[in-house]
Design a protein around this ligand. Structure first.
Ligand code: V47
Length: 385
């Protein structure tokens, strides 16, 4: 039976925590401040006093989706009034706005449209990459890649090769939800299962793509499902070393099929962030996504295991459709101030954790500086840095 003392000893010695350790840390009687202090130890060992942010924007080219995930407020049916599909002109205008406002990254995900062919999704990447080659395109989750397999009748490897050739820079961590079938079958039964989602990320890592990973918590899952999820991610990371950042995603219930469930509390958010930092000993960064946590909890999270706060986040829809009350955009000054207020040193990074250097006279212009990813575990199979 684990105790706080046995866990503290392991963390101080850099030893891996077990499933039972994780479950013990989730017990409400295990003091949160103790869990947070242990996570902070690991966080400062990996990243010192630094907190990363980036200047980014989101693009959701359509919200029309064949799937009906019960937790999603963003999706639309094909003929619903709120359904939309962006034209090439609208997509290019978003790219132009991103470049004009100094964004280094565009985060692209969306619905799986009933009538759109595989080529449309590849075309979006090529269109943006050809017009704005300096903008890093972090696009399409494992769930979308799995849908493309169905559309294109191609292998995951072939699809990722097509997308890389078109200009894909990395993959976001969405679609992981909760891997355990007891939960997955109830919240998103038609979507790619855990084995598939992990296998897509394995292939991406083998091709040299960095990817992120997530966990959607605070709905119908329990602590066992969460720790099981983290361990499955940790096992793939042992194999490939290709995950950069883990983002725990707090469930937002408004306008979803699970609207009877209450949003997780700030205490649950901090505990989940801290436990993620402790369990995922081989993933370099933990992101406190301010859009979904709220600004105060995101600031506190920087002392509970998180070393990244995501970005300025223009045009976020998934959380705002589900009731997020955070602003739609923070300026760079606001992001930096909230990090400084939390006692950390703000560093602007690009998607691949390289320092961004800006010209103070022309802040929308930037160059890439040194690699900040020294905290990365050595990669087993990753083809390129
Ligand atoms: O996969 C959807 C989640 C994810 C809701 O990689 C919801 O840097 C809470 O993955 N309440 C998409 N969560 C967002 C995502 C993400 C966000 C920020 C950064 C990165 C990254 C990735 O959002 C979905 C799903 O797990 N989600 N609806 C909801 N109502």
């Amino acid at each position: 039976m684990p105790t706080l003392t046995s866990i503290r000893r392991k963390v101080e010695a850099g030893e891996r925590l077990s499933l039972d350790d994780g479950l013990f840390l989730y017990e409400p009687t295990t003091p949160l401040h103790e869990v947070g202090a242990l996570a902070n130890l690991v966080r400062e060992r990996k990243s010192g006093n630094v907190a990363y942010y980036n200047i980014n924007t989101h693009l959701n080219a359509t919200n029309i989706c064949v799937y009906r995930c019960t937790f999603c407020a963003f999706r639309s049916d094909l003929r619903e009034a709120k359904g939309y599909v962006m034209s090439d002109e609208q997509i290019l205008a978003r790219g132009q706005e991103a470049v004009d406002t100094g964004c280094t990254e565009m985060h692209i995900v969306g619905g799986l449209h009933h009538q759109k062919k595989y080529d449309w999704y590849v075309h979006i990447i090529r269109l943006l990459h050809d017009a704005f080659p300096e903008l890093h395109l972090k696009a399409w989750t494992g769930v979308e890649i799995n849908w493309f397999e169905f559309l294109a009748k191609k292998s995951v490897r072939e699809i990722l090769e097509d997308l890389i050739e078109a200009g894909l820079g990395s993959m976001p961590g969405g679609g992981a939800e909760i891997f355990h079938p007891e939960v997955r079958s109830k919240i998103c039964e038609h979507k790619s299962d855990a084995v598939k989602w992990l296998d897509i990320h394995r292939t991406a890592h083998q091709l040299g793509l960095r990817t992120n990973c997530t966990m959607l918590y605070g709905h119908i899952e329990n602590a066992y499902h969460r720790i099981d999820h983290l361990i499955r991610l940790r096992e793939l990371q042992d194999e490939t070393g290709g995950f950069q950042t883990f983002i725990p995603l707090a469930f937002h219930p408004d306008n979803t099929g699970l609207s009877h469930i209450k949003k997780p509390s700030g205490l649950m958010d901090l505990r989940t962030l801290a436990i993620s930092r402790l369990m995922l000993d081989n993933i370099p960064h933990i992101k406190a996504y301010w859009i979904m946590l709220g600004i105060g909890t995101a600031q506190t999270a920087l002392a509970y295991g998180a070393d990244d706060i995501d970005g300025t986040v223009r045009h976020e829809l998934i959380y705002h459709d589900a009731g997020a009350t955070t602003p739609e955009l923070l300026t760079t000054e606001q992001i930096r101030r909230l990090i400084v207020e939390a006692g950390r040193e703000p560093i602007e990074r690009d998607t691949l954790y390289r320092r961004i250097v800006r010209d103070p006279a022309q802040p929308s212009k930037w160059t890439v500086g040194e690699d900040l990813s020294s905290g990365h575990t050595p990669c087993a199979v990753l083809a390129t840095p």
